[in-house]
Design a protein around this ligand. Structure first.
Ligand SMILES: Nc1ncnc2c1ncn2[C@@H]1O[C@H](COP(=O)(O)OP(=O)(O)O)[C@@H](O)[C@H]1O
Ligand code: SF4
Ligand SMILES: [Mg+2]
Length: 381
C-alpha cells in the first residue's frame, strides 16, 4: 500500500461498526423503488436482491431505463423526491439497515462509508468554486480535518489519482480541466474519506476510449490499495469483463441473471443476456450504445405482466406471456429468470434451452474477463 493511501486511511472518519468478516459488506434484500406519476406507479426497481463482499466488484449491466441508476441511488437514499420513494426492502451495510437511519446519520454514511461517482463529474463539482475549495469542504463536512491539513490531504488525494500537478489543479475551476481530469478529481473527492464502498454509475461513458481505459485502470489500482468494494453500473460488457468479479444482468426493474463474470461470459443463460452479447460492440465501437437487440425496454409504469422480456424474446411461447418466470434454480449460485430453465414448466417447445452464445474472435478478446473471480455465493430471489 502506498504511503499516501495509508495517510488518507489514517485520517478517515469513524465508520459504522464492523461486523464479522463472513458478513457481506452490503446486502440488499428485495428492494422496491417506485415513482408516483400521472401515468401511474413507475416500478423502477422491482424486487432486487444482491450482495457485495469486501474488496470485490459487482457490476450491474443492462440497457438504459432498466433501473440501474435508481438501484444505486436507492442505496444512498438519493432517489428524486417527492415522486420517488423506496417502497420496501432492506439495505444492510455491515449488517445494519441503512433504511433505519435518520437523515443526519445517512448524511454521515454518504461520502464517508459509501461514496458515489457519476457519469458526468459536473453533477458533483460546483462550477463556481476552485477544485481545492471543493475538496477541502468535502473533507470538512465529514471530518475534523481543516485548513492547511485538509489542503495537504487534498493534494495527496490528487496525486493518488495520478494528477501530476496537484497544487495547480487545486487553484483551477472545473471548466478549466479536461473531462478525464474532472473524472479523476471526482474520484479523488469520493475517496477523501476512505469509503468502504464506491458506487460508480457509468463512470467512463462520457470519456473517449483511451481516457476510459486510464480511469478504469486507476479504479482497479485504488481498489487494490484501499481494499474497497465497488458497485459498478454500466451498459458496456467490455467494462464488466475488465472490472467485475460478479455481474447482475438487469432488465425491466429486476435481475434476470446473476453470476460470476467468468461463468456469464462463458455461457450466458438468459435470452436477454445472450442478446447483450450478440450486440457486444467490437473494440472499435466500444462505448457506444447496445444496438443489435431488437425492440426497446418497456415502460416502467407498465411492465409486461408475465415475462418482461417476452415481447423481445426469440424463444417466447404462450406461457411466457401468461406466467411470470421465477429465478431458477431459486437457491443457486447462478440463477436465471426464464422458463427455459424451470423444470416445472413442461410445455416449452422442443427448441431446447438456448445455449451460451459467447462472442468469438476479436470480440471475445476484448471481452475476456480480467478480474479475479471469487467463489460464488448463494443468492435469494
Ligand atoms: N424522476 C423520475 N420520475 C419518474 N420515473 C423515473 C424518474 N427517474 C427515473 N424514472 C424511471 O425509472 C426507470 C429506471 O430509470 P434508471 O434507473 O435511471 O435507469 P437506468 O439507469 O438503467 O438507465 C426508467 O423507466 C425511468 O423512466
Ligand atoms: S421466459 Fe420465455 S419470453 Fe421470457 S426470457 Fe425465457 S423464453 Fe424468453
Ligand atoms: Mg442510469
Amino acid at each position: 500500500m502506498r504511503c499516501e493511501t495509508l495517510l488518507i486511511l489514517a485520517c478517515g472518519v469513524p465508520k459504522l461498526a464492523e461486523s464479522n468478516s463472513s458478513t457481506p459488506l452490503l446486502q440488499v434484500e428485495n428492494l422496491h423503488t417506485f415513482f408516483d406519476t400521472p401515468r401511474g406507479t413507475v416500478r423502477a426497481v422491482d424486487g432486487v436482491s444482491f450482495t457485495i463482499n469486501k474488496g470485490e466488484t459487482l457490476a450491474i449491466v443492462g440497457e438504459s431505463g432498466c433501473g440501474k441508476s435508481m438501484t444505486a441511488l436507492s442505496l444512498l437514499q438519493l432517489v428524486p423526491e417527492p415522486a420517488g420513494y423506496i417502497e420496501s426492502g432492506r439495505i444492510l451495510f455491515n449488517g445494519k439497515d441503512l433504511l433505519d437511519l435518520t437523515w443526519d446519520q445517512m448524511r454521515e454514511v454518504r461520502g464517508s462509508d459509501v461514496a458515489m461517482i457519476f457519469q458526468e463529474p459536473m453533477t458533483s463539482l460546483n462550477p463556481t468554486f476552485t477544485i481545492g475549495w471543493q475538496m477541502v469542504e468535502a473533507m470538512e463536512i465529514h471530518d475534523t480535518t481543516t485548513g492547511q491539513q485538509a489542503r495537504k490531504r487534498a493534494e495527496e488525494l490528487l496525486s493518488l489519482v495520478d494528477i501530476g500537478n496537484p497544487a495547480q489543479v487545486m487553484r483551477q475551476y472545473p471548466h478549466e480541466l479536461s473531462g478525464g481530469m474532472r473524472q479523476r478529481v471526482m474520484i479523488a473527492m469520493a475517496l477523501s474519506n476512505s469509503p468502504k464502498l464506491l458506487i460508480a454509475d457509468e463512470p467512463t461513458t462520457a470519456l473517449d476510449v483511451t481516457v476510459q481505459a486510464q480511469i478504469l485502470g486507476l479504479m482497479r489500482k485504488l481498489q487494490q490499495e484501499m481494499g474497497m468494494s465497488i458497485l459498478l453500473i454500466t451498459h458496456d460488457l467490455g467494462i464488466v469483463a475488465e472490472m467485475a468479479n460478479r455481474v447482475a444482468v438487469m432488465y425491466a426493474g429486476h435481475f434476470v441473471e446473476y453470476a460470476t463474470t467468468r461463468d456469464l461470459f462463458r455461457t450466458p443463460l438468459h435470452p436477454y443476456t445472450q442478446g447483450l452479447f450478440a450486440s457486444l460492440p467490437a473494440r472499435a465501437r466500444r462505448g457506444q450504445d447496445l444496438a443489435v437487440l431488437e425492440g426497446t425496454v418497456p415502460d416502467a409504469a407498465n411492465w409486461p405482466p408475465a415475462c418482461r422480456f417476452e415481447p423481445r424474446c426469440p424463444y417466447r411461447w404462450d406461457t411466457c406471456a401468461k406466467v411470470p418466470p421465477k429465478y431458477h434454480p431459486a437457491d443457486a449460485v447462478w440463477p436465471s429468470r426464464c422458463h427455459l430453465y424451470d423444470p416445472e414448466i413442461t410445455d416449452r417447445p422442443r427448441v431446447g434451452a438456448p445455449r451460451g452464445k459467447v462472442p468469438s474472435g476479436s470480440e471475445l478478446q476484448s471481452a475476456e474477463p480480467k478480474a479475479e473471480t471469487p467463489l460464488p455465493e448463494q443468492v435469494a430471489s
